[in-house]
Design a protein around this ligand. Sequence first.
Ligand SMILES: [Zn+2]
Length: 311
Amino acid sequence: MKSQSRLLLTLGCMLVLFLPGCVLTNHPVGKAAIGKACSSAEMERLIDQPGPIELETINSADWSVSLAGILNLNNPAAVQAGVTDRDEPVQIYAHMLKHPQYGNFLVDTGVSSKLVNDPGKEGLNWMIQKAMHIEKLHINKSTGEILQGIKLSGVFLSHLHLDHIAGMPDIANDVPLYIGASESSHTSFKHMFVQGATDQLLKDKQPLQEWSFQPDSQNRFEGIVDVFEDGSLFAISVSSHTAGSTAFLIRTTRGPVLLSGDTCITRWGWEHTVEPGDFTEDNARNLQNLKRLKDLVARHPEIEVRLGHQP
Ligand SMILES: [Zn+2]
């Protein structure tokens, strides 16, 4: 009996030791073939001038999630305002970018109707379906509909959470995919639950291409990449919601637009400078990166902000 419990204890310890060693996905990953690192000064010199990109943000699906997941209710500002947990309406976006020279790109993927109609087949096991409350997800315009008649040159992912790659079943296998540094290779205990689904959604797709960020000489951001090397689209490293979370600053024909990704998910969170809650990996760093994005907008009030999941 004694040796049995010792064996269980040893197995338990081994489990705890090995659990944190789980990467988000086993999908192949390499360095991005496009983009060059730039400084915030170089980016900010350009961003108030209209650019060449046509941008359309599409509300692919309506959904609702626990507010505690998408807003840190323990943040002093939320405590002071007396915000409590509730079911909160959110939207799942796909952002369509049309560049006159380089083609059509998505930032994040919206939702494929295949995923909603047969989630098990697309890799979402019953546990994930239950945790995600897939029954609360209602498609307005599926990724397939969004892409009708459009040839994609690439997909830029703000991060790899399932609600951001839910359109993958409708993305052709030859489309290049870009992500933030360490997004796929960072290890966490939480990844154990979603690794299978993430792998399945990326199955047969192109290898993930990671941005090569360099420290910003002005120290305003963790790193910036000039994606097309023409100053029209900037990927900004905001790691903390996930290890490789990325925001995008786009010089559109109508002026600058910031896609915050899930560094800020809610309208209330942006207005009160409160970062996401349980769904975020590192709250302190997430809050710091949210402040950096807000400071950028304060320096350039022309910027239109589009948040992770609310208008
Ligand atoms: Zn999200």
